[in-house]
Design a protein around this ligand. Structure first.
Ligand code: 4GS
Length: 243
């Protein structure tokens, strides 16, 4: 997959994109991320990318022209893919959305700054606005990095063969069960016996129940849409009665 990022701060991406799993994915040719600085595309004498908002008000607005020209430079003729603006008005990024985007050949991510972007260039050049959550960032760059990271997990081969993108919180609609590693006793606290038992079926049952309990406690609304068996529902009813 190819991902182009349009930003006025390309240097923010260097370390994030080259370390760890994303770095390996790019070395293996599974992922190709390119950052394009919007500023050189500005037709203004001083290469400005923002201006005062029509109608007044605080802050600045990113101008249409530099963004449009930067977008043209990475899409060209016959672009096949999705052009995404990261901003708080968009639909919130979810696992489903990340999985769907991972099937695209080419993504272009536009990072906003200041009070936003001239609406006309969004109307002309953007297919979809996506938010990473209901809070305000100082810029869209961190949101773009979050999107690149969670989309990349779903590209076949990006995770090592032992890891699965589906074997985590949310993928089964539930939160993750607790994990433990050595030592078996640390600071007087033991690992749950069942995990040391070697009894695979009991371990699976325990993990499922822990997932159900932590979801009920922390994110009960997820239980309304998670695929639950009759056994799961019975367990949750009993847990509720005991609490
Ligand atoms: C988000 C967000 C965001 C909005 C960028 C104000 C600077 C800022 N982007 N998900 N201007 N939440 N962007 O807060 O994507």
């Amino acid at each position: 997959m190819k991902i182009d990022i349009l930003t006025i701060f390309p240097e923010m991406f260097e370390s994030v994109l080259h370390a760890s799993i994303l770095g390996r994915a790019q070395e293996n040719g599974l992922l190709e991320v390119r950052c394009t600085d919007i500023r050189p595309f500005s037709a203004m004498k001083h290469k400005n990318t923002d201006d005062y908002p029509f109608g007044g008000g605080a802050g600045m607005v990113m101008m249409a022209q530099p963004i449009h020209d930067a977008m043209q430079s990475v899409t060209g003729e016959g672009f096949q893919g999705k052009r995404i603006y990261l901003g708080p008005r968009g639909r919130t990024l979810t696992t489903e959305k990340a999985r769907a985007l991972s099937r695209e050949d080419h993504l272009v991510l536009l990072c906003g700054h200041y009070e936003g972007v001239d609406q006309r260039v969004l109307d002309m050049c953007i297919d979809e606005e996506i938010s990473i959550g209901d809070y305000i960032l100082t810029g869209g760059e961190l949101a773009a990095m979050v999107l690149v990271d969670c989309v990349s997990r779903f590209i076949p081969g990006v995770l090592g063969s032992a890891e699965s993108p589906e074997d985590e919180s949310f993928s089964e609609g539930l939160l993750e069960y607790p994990q433990y590693t050595r030592p078996a006793v640390w600071e007087g606290m033991s690992v749950p016996d069942v995990l040391l038992s070697g009894h695979h079926a009991n371990i699976q049952k325990w993990r499922r129940e822990q997932s159900l309990l932590v979801t009920q406690r922390m994110r009960p609304e997820l239980l309304e849409t998670a695929p639950l068996s009759e056994k799961d529902r019975m367990f949750l009813r009993e847990a509720e009665a005991c609490s």
